[in-house]
Design a protein around this ligand. Sequence first.
Ligand code: FE2
Ligand code: FE2
Length: 265
Amino acid sequence: MTDAPPATMRAIEITPPGGPEVLKVARRPVPQPAAGEVLVKVQAAGVNRPDVMQRTGSYPPPPGVTDIPGLEIAGTVVALGDGSIQTRIHKVAGNAACTSAEETRRFLIGAAKDWIDKTIAESGAPDSKYGGIVVWDESLSVGIKKMDKQHQELVKIINCLVENEDASGRSEPIAQVLDRMTQYAVYHFETEEALMREYEYPDYESHRDDHTQFKMRTAKFCLDALQGKETLPDELLSYLRDWLTHHILKADMKYKVYFLERGVL
Ligand SMILES: [Fe+2]
Ligand SMILES: [Fe+2]
């Protein structure tokens, strides 16, 4: 981190959405790292599913996030923002006794992940902004803390399917993630349905039917995955994303006022 970064850089831009031919090299100002950020001189960028979806126009970048594709990068840190990850790692690393480069690497990755997890927990937001395709925001809140928390967990698991990685970054077989998601969804549906029965929610039966349909459809996806269809089909991801956002935004949102009027928080 000795030389000052240049004023401009080369970047790949997505001109109107479409095929690979819409990717164009352009010049952009070099960004300044804000508090908690680092500036990286990129040596290599990974292109993954959300990048491709962004290129085709089906996944606009969330507000406040760069439109430059390449959600995963490798390179050299050339500048630090205030309170950046690296600053924090240096503080933690001072207490560690690392005896090899590999041990140090593992320690630093662990410290960075711990810090990110802690920041996510403190902000109360799920980590979908780190590359998933379902982005949680207040429009998805049903006004009941417990339900919002469970919905956020479902969003997180669906984003794991997109990245095919679990929270610690390891690859996880699709059948395993699907199984985890199905189990969590069943637990969430039971919680919602119990609340509806307790407060005699008038649309209980049709809501329960929606849940049943979801369970049957995901059971079929699980079966497909176990039978060796290990690719992540677009059909599965768009089904999960659409079901989740539409169910929360329509069916779940319907109970918001009903429960709030009865003092359920
Ligand atoms: Fe729900
Ligand atoms: Fe629901």
